[in-house]
Design a binder for this molecule. Structure first.
Ligand SMILES: *Cc1c(COP(=O)(O)O)cnc(C)c1O
Length: 453
């Protein structure tokens, strides 16, 4: 039986898919952090490359991928689609389980899909340096690689808990020429304020974003780059779903359920948005399941409202599912999922009933990740393991009911830099990270009967 489906390089998609004209409900405009009035795209030009700002509000359904970006993509794309037959056998399930493998990229995750075009557009427009934040280190590595490729300087603020857990991610960023600071750092006012409040803070993505934005505003020829959440990031990631759509056809199947993990929503959106379009066009019903950690449950327990993207309240206000911009999630090993908010596009699709959110605890997630590694020989990143766990749950249900579903996993990255987390799990030392003690707004299944607890 064929278990690997690879596209030829000549079949690499040449356009990204923009979902904005196809959303069932249009997005609410971002608001200015000071005036709370709708923000003009022009106001974002001090921070982001012009092309990225244009793509943020683009109305064209298809957007050409520039040739120099395609040239870099070809170093690892198209990525493989694999069928996880040994996992299926281990679960004794009639379900067919596929994974779209983004671990094949130079830095081991999907993040390079947007790092490369963002660095390219900045280079083209005369930027000299990019600043950014990173949680697990995946985004920082990807941007460091992309900046190195196009000859830009790169400064990364890395969330303290990950900085301590993952010294090799820092080494990788340095290897690609980036400057790396643990966040909160003494480099910025936002960082110094946070340290003054609590020297021992594990940090958060929201805080690291404040630092990176501040560093971009105070540097010359310096702009800021975001690895998730925004529309243009999800746009760049649609290359995943566009490839997967054709590879599923090669496999002679179409997915009944698509699962991917959500931190800010970019690998999920990248895989799901093109498949959502294809399903609608062909009149098929497909379930799209967004998997988040119980310790940072923005979709399942957050509120759908305007909020800041960062702790210091410097970014525009986005309407999204949020736990509050000051939320500091427990230091779980899936550092890339420790973000208080969610992509407005993914949030909107949850509100419109297109996307189903679920949340799992890290102990259950690691159990499935170990099963996956032992059967398939691929070690999932702790973030990716959330999607793997959801697929395992669905496949087990199929085993119980005899339902022969086709499940597609968005395999966002490998876990080769997460062996300390696996060691802790195998030694029985991994904590069950409960959501931090704070007031949540429960997004109840029936929106009409929201429970405030
Ligand atoms: C960053 C990251 C995520 C979470 O980010 P999204 O924008 O939600 O995709 C998930 N998996 C991996 C491997 C990551 O590096």
């Amino acid at each position: 039986m064929q278990t690997m489906f690879t596209l030829d390089q000549k079949d690499l998609p040449r356009r990204w898919y923009n979902v904005l004209p196809d959303l069932p409900t249009p997005l609410d405009a971002p608001l200015h952090p000071g005036t709370r009035e709708p923000i003009e795209p022009e106001a974002l030009l001090s921070l982001f490359a012009r092309t990225c700002v244009e793509q943020e509000v683009a109305t064209d359904r298809w957007i050409d991928i520039p040739d120099p970006v395609l040239d870099v993509y070809r170093h690892w794309r198209p990525t493989p689609l694999l069928r996880a037959t040994r996992l299926e056998r281990a679960l004794n399930t009639p379900a067919h389980i596929y994974l779209k493998y983004e671990g094949a990229s130079p830095t081991g995750s999907h993040k390079t899909n947007t790092a490369v075009p963002q660095a390219y557009y900045n280079k083209l427009e005369g930027t000299k340096n990019l600043t950014t934040e990173t949680g697990a280190g995946q985004w920082g590595s990807a941007l460091a690689f992309a900046c190195q490729t196009f000859g830009l300087g790169c400064t990364v603020f890395m969330v303290r808990s990950s900085y301590d857990q993952k010294p090799y991610r820092k080494a990788m960023m340095s290897l690609f020429g980036a400057r790396v600071h643990a966040s909160p750092s003494a480099e910025t006012q936002a960082g110094r304020d946070a340290l003054a409040r609590n020297r021992e803070t594990p940090g958060s993505l929201g805080l690291a974003i404040s630092e990176a934005v501040e560093a971009a505003r105070s540097g010359t020829g310096t702009k800021y780059s975001l690895g998730s959440v925004l529309n243009h990031v999800l746009l760049h990631q649609t290359i995943i779903g566009l490839e997967a759509e054709r590879q599923m056809e090669m496999a002679g199947e179409s997915p009944d359920v698509v699962v991917a993990c959500v931190g800010g929503g970019s690998n999920f959106g990248g895989l799901v948005l093109p498949l959502y379009r294809a399903a609608r066009e062909r009149g098929r019903t497909t379930r799209f399941v967004a998997v988040e950690p119980e310790a940072c449950p923005s979709l399942t327990r957050g509120e759908y409202r305007y909020d800041f993207g960062d702790t210091a309240k410097t970014t525009p206000l986005l309407r999204m599912h949020t736990l509050g911009h000051d939320f500091v999630p427990p230091p779980i090993h899936a550092g890339g999922l420790r973000y208080h908010g969610m992509a407005p596009i993914v949030s909107r699709l949850v509100e419109d009933g297109v996307v189903e959110p679920v949340a799992y605890g890290q102990l259950d997630v690691f159990a499935s990740a170990v099963l996956f590694a032992r059967t398939e020989g691929i070690i999932p990143a702790p973030e990716t393991a959330h999607a793997v766990h959801a697929a395992v749950q669905i496949a087990r249900e199929c085993a119980a009911t005899g339902d022969r579903k086709t499940i597609l996993i968005g395999f966002s990255g490998h876990g080769h830099f997460d062996m300390s987390a696996y060691s802790a799990y195998l030694a029985g030392e991994l904590a069950r990270a409960e959501p931090a003690d704070r007031v949540y707004v429960r997004a109840a299944a029936a929106a009409a009967t929201r429970l405030y607890c």
